[in-house]
Design a protein. Structure first.
Length: 246
């Protein structure tokens, strides 16, 4: 049976999708068979970041409703690496009546892939709970600002209530702000959220232009953020990668 990893955040705009896509791409480049699920409803943008906008025809809710077979909804997005993509819902008008069956289908997908990486929507809603219910691990992504840290703490509390194991990834770190006292430092964030640290990712001016061009950040060797995301994925595989403050 494969592994299911849910990438979550309380607040939107913290770079959760970048982290999820980067981890999936790294694991696939390591030879693992990976499925990347866009868990947002109608507003998902993983396809833009991956350069596959409009290529997905079917979604997971259609599979749940019996409108298409699972194999027709899976989209292979790399010729070089074993990486597939599956959106939860392509339209906000999708039928959500079968959403409670989502954990069951995710368990089936774990039998077909080494890793199922789920990019969950921001917040603490029912969709997030369904997507994390059977996860082996949740990665809580935050940025070093007070609103994001507070929402990450609330997300961690929800995961604890669900008995989900969780780790913390701090994204878009700007050391100058922390040193000036204009942003909480790493130790304060860890203490506030209450989760073991798995990764520190710097603010990186290369990320936005690459994503706007539909170029996966993870394969850009010049990107400091990509290097740190690759380290996060390797830690998930049990490799010893020192945590480096950006």
């Amino acid at each position: 049976m494969g592994r299911q990893i849910a990438v979550v955040s309380g607040k939107g705009g913290v770079g959760k999708t970048t982290v999820a896509g980067g981890i999936a791409g790294t694991l696939a480049a390591m030879g693992r068979c990976v499925l990347l699920i866009d868990g947002d409803v109608g507003l998902g943008n993983l396809d833009l970041m991956l350069g596959i906008e409009g290529e997905a025809v079917h979604d997971l809710l259609e599979v749940l409703g019996g409108h298409c077979p699972l194999r027709s909804a899976l989209l292979r997005i790399s010729k070089e690496h074993p990486l597939w993509y599956l959106p939860l819902a392509l339209s906000m008008r999708a039928d959500f009546s079968n959403l409670p069956r989502l954990p069951e289908v995710l368990a089936t997908l774990r039998d077909k892939f080494d890793d199922v990486i789920v990019d969950c929507p921001a917040g603490l809603g029912e969709t997030v709970r369904c997507l994390t219910q059977g996860a082996d691990l949740a990665l809580v992504v935050t940025t070093p600002d007070l609103a994001a840290v507070r929402d990450a703490r609330r997300t961690m509390q929800m995961l604890a209530q669900m008995n989900r194991e969780a780790r913390l990834v701090i994204n878009r770190i700007r050391p100058s702000l922390i040193q000036q006292g204009d942003a909480p430092d790493v130790d304060d964030i860890i203490d506030s959220v209450g989760a073991q640290l798995l990764g520190l990712i710097p603010e990186d001016a290369l990320v936005t232009p690459l994503q706007n061009a539909g170029v996966p950040v993870i394969f850009q060797t010049a990107s400091p953020a990509a290097a740190q995301i690759r380290d996060v994925a390797r830690r998930l595989q049990g490799e010893h990668r020192p945590l480096r403050f950006p």
